[in-house]
Design a protein around this ligand. Sequence first.
Ligand SMILES: *Cc1c(COP(=O)(O)O)cnc(C)c1O
Length: 222
Amino acid sequence: MTVANKLAEMKQIIQKACDKFDRNPNDITIIGVTKYVSIDRAKEAVEAGISNLGENRNEQFFEKYESIGDKATWHFIGSLQSRKVKDVINKVDYIHSLDRKSLAKEINKRSETITPCFVQVNVSGEESKQGLDPEDVEGFIESLQNYEKVQVVGLMTMAPLVENEEELRAIFRKLRAIRDIVRDKHLPHAPCESLSMGMSNDYRIAIEEGATHIRVGTSLVG
Ligand SMILES: *Cc1c(COP(=O)(O)O)cnc(C)c1O
C-alpha cells in the first residue's frame, strides 16, 4: 500500500478519536518513524505530506538526513549516547529521549541553538524501557534550569506491547497527569505542553488521552 493511502486511513482514525474527545486534529503532529524502511520509502512519506520524520539510530538518521535534509522536521526518538550528541544535535529538530542530566549537559554544550526536548518517562516500569521513574520527573526537570539551550517542550513515553486498552489508557493518563503538574509550574525552561505518546498499535488511544505527537512506523510507512 502507498504511504498516501495509509496516511488517508490514519487520518480518518485520528479524526474519529478527535471528534469523540472534542479535539482538533491539527493539534496532533504525526511523526513518521522511518527506522524500518528505505530512503526511497522515507522520501515517499515526505511527498505524501508527512513532514515530520523520526529515527532512533544515528547511522540511519544520517542516511536519511543526507537525502531529505530540510524537507522534513527531524525527531530523534531513540536513546542517545552522550558521546554521539555532537554528531546529531545541530541536525535534528527535536529530541524525544532526554532521560539524564549528563545528556542534558552534553546537549547544552553542543547545541548551536535552543534544542526542544521531550523528557522520556518509563511509566510502565518495564525494565527494558528507557526513561525516568515517574516520581523523579519533576525534580529532574527543575534541575535543568541552567542549561539554557535545553528547552523541555513535553514528555514522552512508550507503552508496553499489550492489547488491553485500559492498561494502555492508564499509562497515557499518568504521563498526562505528570505533564499537567510540570506545565502548571510555568518554568521558563520547561513549558512542557506536549505529550509524545502513541505508536502503531496504540495511537488512537493515546490521542483520546491527550497525545500531541504520535510516533508511527509500521502502520504508516512500513
Ligand atoms: C520504533 C519506534 C516507534 C514506532 O513504532 P511502530 O510500532 O512501528 O509504530 C515509536 N517510538 C519509538 C521510540 C520507536 O523506537
